[in-house]
Design a protein around this ligand. Structure first.
Ligand SMILES: [Fe+2]
Length: 291
């Protein structure tokens, strides 16, 4: 079911819920782009590497989200590989519970079952031009994460991480997570312009032409902004949150409460940056208005 597929030249990927890029530096060593959404998946990647007599030289984590870093510790312990990411993503990969604490403060969550608190810490360095594996290029993809990156291999294959989500993801989740909505839209516009032989999103099959899917992602984000703009009629956050969920026919559980409420705040932030809404405090109530 889960298997490694050849893309082009020395570039491969492990097809799973979160795809993992595999670039063969030479006949013995590979670079992994992200390290799986589950330890079980990391084991499957490891079995492949073993069967091909390959070792992991470096893992590049595109960003800190838990479904991209679950195999870090196991690969590190097995191969002593370097693990690299950007300066802003690094602390949350070194100590994943920081992100959990950031988002789940005041939320009644079971830390023994919540992935944010279950992922193991990683020994990680900042990615620089000096330690970037030879031949690979980095593409800045601001928006979805704190400082997410993509990777271009010498075979002209670009791994675009979570900058672009599948149509299925949008249908299932309706409000997927983007840390900075306006920067995400800018990144998607940039992706429509860049050239490559193949693009590999983390949660979609590889694409020769990314423009239509980038366009769909832009439209979906703009639709969410308009929906929230329409709700800014002098209401506070809690009232708006319930109206937002009802409008999109969404039901919440604890984890969904966190991702939807944080995303609603991120959309409000985008509208503030656009100078389309303003927030006023009246009688100790924090209220949102259209300008
Ligand atoms: Fe992500």
């Amino acid at each position: 079911m889960f298997e490694v597929r050849h893309l082009k030249g020395r570039t491969y990927y492990f097809e799973a819920f979160t795809n993992v890029g595999i670039y063969r530096l030479d006949s013995k060593r590979v670079v992994l782009i992200d390290s799986c959404d589950h330890k079980r998946m990391a084991k499957a990647v490891n079995n492949y590497l073993k069967s091909e007599n390959l070792t992991v030289d470096t893992i590049i984590n595109t960003h800190c989200h838990v479904d991209h870093i679950c195999g870090n510790k196991d690969f590190y312990e097995k191969y002593g590989c370097r693990i690299l990411s950007t300066e802003k993503e690094k602390p949350f990969i070194a100590q994943p519970d920081l992100e959990g604490t950031f988002y789940f403060a005041g939320i009644d969550t079971d830390k023994t079952r919540n992935p944010f608190f279950m992922v193991e810490p990683s020994v990680i360095d900042t990615l620089t031009e000096e330690n970037l594996p030879e031949g690979l290029g980095i593409i800045k993809l601001p928006g979805h994460g704190f400082d997410m990156i993509g990777v271009r291999t010498p075979d002209d294959v670009v791994f675009v991480a979570d900058s672009i989500l599948s149509e299925k993801t949008w249908t299932e989740f309706k409000v997927p997570f983007f840390h900075d909505v306006n920067k995400s839209i800018e990144t998607l516009k940039m992706l429509k312009e860049i050239k490559a032989e193949l693009f590999v999103p983390s949660h979609n099959e590889p694409l020769e032409d990314i423009r239509a899917l980038a366009g769909l992602n832009i439209s979906k984000l703009e639709e969410l902004k308009e929906a929230v703009y329409g709700l800014c009629n002098g209401v506070g956050f809690d009232e708006m949150f319930t109206a937002f969920l009802n409008q999109l026919s969404l039901k919440i559980r604890t984890e969904k409460y966190v991702s939807y409420s944080v995303m609603l705040k991120n959309i409000l932030q985008a509208l503030v940056e656009d100078e389309r809404i303003k927030a006023l405090i009246e009688d100790n109530k924090f209220l949102y208005f259209r300008k």
